[in-house]
Design a protein around this ligand. Sequence first.
Ligand code: ATP
Length: 437
Amino acid sequence: MDKIVALCKRRGFIFQSSEIYGGINGFWDYGPAGAELKRNIKDAWWNDVVRSRTDVVGIDGAIICHPRVWEASGHTTAFSDPMVDCKKCKGRWRADQLPDTKCPEGGPHDYTEARQFNLMFESHAGPIKDEDNKVYLRPETAQIIFAQFNNVLSVARQKIPFGIAQIGKAFRNEINPRNFTFRSREFEQMELEFFIQPGTDAEWHQTWVAERLKWYSTIGLPAAKLSCYTYKKEELAHYASACVDVMFEFPFGVQELEGIAARGNFDLSQHQKFSGKSLEYFDDETKAKYIPHVVEPSAGVDRIALALICSAYTEEEIAPGDVRIVMKFAPRIAPVKVAVFPLLRNKPPLVEKAREVFKLLQPHFNTEWDDRGNVGKRYRYQDEQGTPWCVTVDFDTLGEKGPELLDTVTLRDRDTMKQERVKIADLVPLITAKLRG
Ligand code: ATP
């Protein structure tokens, strides 16, 4: 992990939040490459889960909502982790995640009894800081979907089965943020609530588990590192009939990326009870009236970004003692798709031509201009950023070696390091075809 964390800083994927002030535990900032990576993950999810389906619509809800939402969902009373302290060193941990190290004060840790710690961040809406104005930063995006069920149903021209999706920030005051960004206090979720007829829970649950597993291969996570954990009956929440976690083999162990739960009608029933508003659905074909059940695939953007970074990281010895670090992202997810270089930065005709090529590519792909150092160094930089293709404009492009190479460039492939001579006019269709795989 140390090498990965170092690369993340060096190449602008992830920085410690407010690092110049010593950082703050559990919060991270994404740099230029990381911001693009995250955006690509979210776009891929939104495209595949919302836009390319006819039975899912999206919303974009507020981070702060009426505190009754969290009473209805059970978060104010039950969203807590058991916490213990060591009486000697004053260290604090989740009771189910105790350290395997000795106490720095000597001997084993001397733990207090476990006590429950609610993970929701609190704030106040308005100038008066009292109980009446208390609000919470949402610990998940899902409840905003349930609370808006009626409004969405009335506008979305959908019938059950259909889903409502949302991507957005969530906040949990984790006792022990750890494993880099894996367990953070601020993170992003991509959640789908797929509303179904009661009794169809098992089949829809299986459908979504299969769909979601398939999706991970489309963003380039290797199947060999993915697995599923199926909850045993006694591990399920009292209202849930099934739950499967999609797990990924991180360098620090096999851990959850996404949970897919069949939650019955618990959430809508609770909101109906607490709001006094009917959340029943009327099926105009069967004339049946019921509170819909739901299957919820809930994924974490930051965990997926970290999984992609961990699986992309590759060290290759290309000559004795010469190790190339390359981030082998799937092109679809790579932060920058193509980098354009003039062979030399101090030759105006080369720079001018390269600028033309850059302008040609930029409307089609996320394209980066790079004229620092020599071409070899630029390749290494782009390899560490995971850029699948580099285009170099050289003297041949200007026709200096003869007219047959005029207006051709070298297109270099990140993974094979092979270079091919390509006509500038062919670049857009060629890279488009490569991107489509
Ligand atoms: P865990 O058991 O790891 O705490 P969870 O089961 O509480 O996770 P869910 O409530 O199911 O997580 O949240 C759905 C998804 O949100 C998780 O699969 C994960 O990807 C993401 N997530 C949850 N907590 C965090 C966190 N503290 N930091 C980053 N991502 C998180």
